[in-house]
Ligand binder design. Structure first.
Ligand SMILES: NC(=O)C1=CN([C@@H]2O[C@H](COP(=O)(O)OP(=O)(O)OC[C@H]3O[C@@H](n4cnc5c(N)ncnc54)[C@H](O)[C@@H]3O)[C@@H](O)[C@H]2O)C=CC1
Ligand SMILES: O=C([O-])C1=[NH+]CCC1
Length: 331
């Protein structure tokens, strides 16, 4: 849909449904791979991304958080995402996260599009986990010897769904084990995945879900550690997307301290990740450094991708969606 806007011409309005219709993993994964590298290259490189640490307002009265996330890709596209996270909303039947992305033309500064940001947030976060997983698990190929992988997904919210879907898309798996606090939510999640042809099954406990897993996706809104070292196979890989706040944790301290820790952004990890800050764990590399071959992939222990979320992931996803919609209109 378009509306007459301040930008003289037509201002595009893009809904989450439109994003879900046009954005595919095959288009998004290479774009997110590129943006993880651009982020590591940084603002002084001609192909680099510009992204300050996001601003964060705690709404203490209502247990909420307001994040503003500006980002620019090498002078070619820029966005600001405004996102609120209100975990208590779920009990009221409201979405826990709500976001909008303003997409601007860097040549003029004019706003070209306003996008609902929920579908993009779900998909680009899962895409970043997928890029990290592929990079790390392909370095582990020897240990797997071509066997199907067991995938675990913890949580049954927006991120859990997108992570289950992207993992089934990128990995050879015959078992996706899901766990959620509420049994009905886990059952519903499992049935939805099965209907999409994903071999899902429900586990009764976190331990049961992760004990045989090669790839674990921790996608809950917990603020206290959920995942324990003793339950996890020595060569497992963990994508940890929850606990993106300095006072939240989803990983037992011993687990993250003894693992090889990758992240999307050192700056975000040291300022925003309770898992990193409270445990004092060392972060080995940004995934961008691995993709740029600045550091080797280390896999001799449990590996963790600690994801905080990059504004420039939203930038490239929004840009891609706008291009796809324009192309559709010009057909
Ligand atoms: N790293 C990143 O880029 C991003 C991270 N996030 C974070 O990922 C997490 C999940 O996000 P969404 O799926 O969008 O949220 P959601 O509200 O849709 O789902 C949250 C899930 O966690 C479960 N949960 C809540 N408290 C729990 C607890 N104490 N123990 C176990 N399970 C619990 C809920 O029952 C639900 O299944 C949140 O912490 C969110 O802030 C969200 C977007 C991007
Ligand atoms: O990057 C993102 O959009 C978010 N990270 C944590 C909550 C939302």
């Amino acid at each position: 849909m378009s509306i007459k806007g301040m930008s003289q011409g037509l201002l595009r309005w893009v809904s989450d449904d439109q994003v879900r219709r046009v954005l595919t993993w095959d288009l998004l994964l290479p774009a997110v791979r590129q943006v993880l590298q651009a982020f590591t290259l940084g603002p002084d490189h001609c192909d680099g991304a510009v992204q300050p640490l996001r601003s964060r307002i705690k709404v203490n009265q209502h247990n909420g958080i307001l994040l503003t996330m500006p980002g620019m890709m090498a002078g070619s596209s820029m966005t600001v995402k405004i996102l609120t996270a209100y975990p208590d909303n779920s009990a009221k039947g409201l979405p826990s996260h709500s976001s909008t992305i303003l997409h601007m033309d860097p040549k003029t500064g004019l706003i070209e599009a306003i996008l609902e940001g929920n579908a993009i947030t779900e998909m680009r976060t899962a895409a970043a986990s997928a890029v990290a997983t592929l990079e790390i698990m392909s370095a582990r190929d020897d240990q797997r010897r071509g066997k199907d992988l067991v995938v675990a997904v913890l949580g049954a919210g927006a991120q859990a769904y997108s992570h289950a879907r992207v993992m089934a898309h990128i990995l050879k798996t015959d078992k996706v084990v899901v766990w959620a606090r509420r049994t009905e939510a886990a059952d519903q999640f499992c049935q939805t995945l099965q209907a999409e042809g994903i071999p899902a099954m429900v586990a009764a406990t976190v331990q049961e879900a992760v004990v045989d897993a090669d790839v674990i996706n921790c996608c809950t809104a917990t603020s206290t550690p959920l995942l324990q070292a003793a339950w996890i196979k020595p060569m497992a890989h963990i994508n940890s997307v929850g606990a993106p706040h300095p006072d939240h944790q989803e990983l037992e301290e011993e687990l993250i301290r003894n693992a090889i820790v990758y992240t999307d952004s050192y700056n975000s990890a040291k300022n925003e990740s309770g898992d990193v800050i409270k445990s004092g764990a060392a972060v080995y590399a940004e995934i961008g450094e691995i993709l740029l071959q600045r550091k080797p992939v280390l896999t001799d222990r449990i590996t963790i991708f600690k994801s905080l979320g990059l504004a420039v992931e939203d930038t490239v996803a929004a840009q891609l969606v706008c291009e796809l919609l324009k192309a559709e209109e010009n057909q």
